[in-house]
Design a protein. Sequence first.
Length: 545
Amino acid sequence: MLLHNRTLLSSFRRGKMKPMGYKRAIHSQAEDLEMKDFMDYLDSLKNYEKSGVPKGAGTDSDDGFDLGRMRRLMERLGNPQSKFKAVHIAGTKGKGSTAAFLSNILRAEGYSVGSYTSPHIQTIRERISLGRSGEPVSAKAINCLFHRIKQNLDQAIKQENGCISHFEVFTAMAFLLFAEVNVDIAVIEAGLGGARDATNVICSNGLAASVITTVGEEHLAALGGSLETIAVAKSGIIKQGRPLVLGGPFFPHIECILRDKAASMGSPVVSASDAGNRSTIRSVSMLNGRPYQSCDVVINVERDLKLFCELPDVKLRMLGSHQLQNAATGTCVALCLRNLGWKISDGSIRAGLEHTYLLGRSQFLTSKEAEALGLNGAMILLDGAHTKESAKALMNTIKMAFPEARLALVVAMASDKDHVGFAREFLSGRNVETVFLTEANIAGGVTRRTSAAILRDCWVQVSKELGISSLHDGMTEYKELFKDQVSCSSSNLAHRTILATEASLMLSLKNVNQILRSRVGNKMGIIVVTGSLHIVSAVLNSQVG
């Protein structure tokens, strides 16, 4: 693997590197004030992102979400979902990236694209984009639509005894906007599962293709308690006769569940993980002061549908083998659309893949932004990983791009995540020297926030399981060592991982930077902020204290 580590580091320190898409994606909070009435209205509705998803909510059971309620709402609004073609994307991980890759491919070809994804980083407007620019929908457009349909929403909420949710209303508004601006195609990410998700009001006639990226254990209780039930829930987006694109790779029995459902629906299947597809990372380097991975993307599908595309030296701004897999999945969807008669050139596929970047996914801050946080000279990586699978992907990306770097982590997580599994993926890797467990404002407040002390106990447990010598702030030795501000380069710390707690995110960042700088020597040091998109959002908004 070819990598210019020192070039990368010097570019960051000179402040030449800017987060890709940063100016484009960050929007004035003042503009959001125009939507105050709408946001207050949404906040009055049930919000499962804040309260947590109930057990069995995404299953075909009496406890499952009521898709009939969503259909009645859409009928009241004129069934806008029947007025545009759509690609529907479900999956445990990779949905947002795959949606972004595909949306940008279609925009590069000149199509007007509606994109609906979740969650957001800084403003809820990020979830909806319209047209060829990829910019978030304007506050004015949201506000005008809301006041125009408020009476219908009020009537629907009354009819459903107040049960219509935050996500259902926002999904309905996205579909209305897509219909009203007459998008050529919409790329729609499912919120939870598939079968019972509010986005699954799309019928066969309106569906161009369905996509299932991965099947993992996130939201296990809400989706039936096993990988098999999760696969069944996600397979609910497969529609009669419409192509299914699989990302993967999947366990064989899970892929069998998905393929069996497709066969029962008469749906051809394309897999981005088929042996004929040979997508590889050639090197990681710099382009115009920005990191990228040079990849060969080769799609050669021969069963069900015949698809072929060979793109050498694609410069992906989205780093990691998992993002290459998402890019390959998006490419397969584009080729399926081309097979259906959509005009999509190989050049547009390349341009769309190379243009794609998302906030909070392997995002590096500029030196100027680090200075604004009081972290002069620090190299800071933001990534919203919050599952053991995404933690593993993040560690693999760091190892690939910066194999010799010494790592200091700042971690905050929601209460419903696998804290032990998450910690194990990081501590099983190399060069993790310091971990500060902290807290961020998780949607839903204190009930969904994991205390720093609980997180520390999980990381201490894992360090013992893995035989890692650690020093944590529950130990007398730790207190004595730092009481007199002893240098962290002390021989007592040379081969020990520091595990510390700090409720303040800002203090966590400052402390971890101080420790890393005192220990880092001549090797590159990276501060990795992770565990939740909420902690990423807090850093980007500088709402730390």
